[in-house]
Write a protein that binds this ligand. Structure first.
Ligand code: IDP
Ligand code: MG
Length: 136
């Protein structure tokens, strides 16, 4: 049975700054993802704080929100069969040092905080995150 899902992807400031937007989008397309929606924006720190609210108790929360709002990002809705897990696999581990060869974070990530991409971690969060950026 088919299980088409949508997930939210963000190309983070470190990758946009290095002009990796097109290369990363090619990786999504080459792995069967359709990019249904996309926009390049810069968000306020207060919006980053809302987006990353699940991490508000973590020691890195403030730096993370500063960082996500520090420059342009590209937010996208990706679609494919089992897109949520598929995108997590294509991204690789949170720390680029642990990310498998061929994953986006292995290829492009600089460090655990500058790891080039965000991807939703569950269907529920995918729906919430898509609404966060694309609900009118
Ligand atoms: P994920 O992006 O792989 O889902 P999460 O645990 O949800 O990873 O963390 C969100 C983001 O917070 C990560 O992508 C990374 O940029 C940052 N982060 C996670 N853990 C650390 C840490 O230990 N130090 C600094 N930044 C971190
Ligand atoms: Mg996460």
């Amino acid at each position: 049975m088919s299980n088409i899902e949508q997930t939210l992807s963000i190309i983070k400031p470190d990758a946009v700054e290095r002009n990796l937007e097109n290369e990363i989008k090619e990786m999504f397309k080459n792995n069967g993802f359709s990019i249904l929606k996309e926009k390049k924006i810069q968000i306020e720190k207060s919006e980053a704080e809302k987006f990353y609210k699940v991490h508000e108790t973590k020691p890195f929360y403030n730096d993370l929100c500063e960082y996500l709002s520090s420059g342009p990002i590209v937010v996208m809705v990706l679609e494919k069969e089992n897109a949520v897990l598929g995108n997590r696999e294509l991204m690789g581990a949170t720390n680029p040092k642990d990310a498998e060869a061929g994953t986006i974070r292995n290829k492009y990530g600089i460090s655990i905080d500058k790891n080039s991409v965000h991807g939703s971690d569950s269907i529920d969060n995918a729906n919430k995150e898509i609404d966060f950026f694309f609900k009118n």
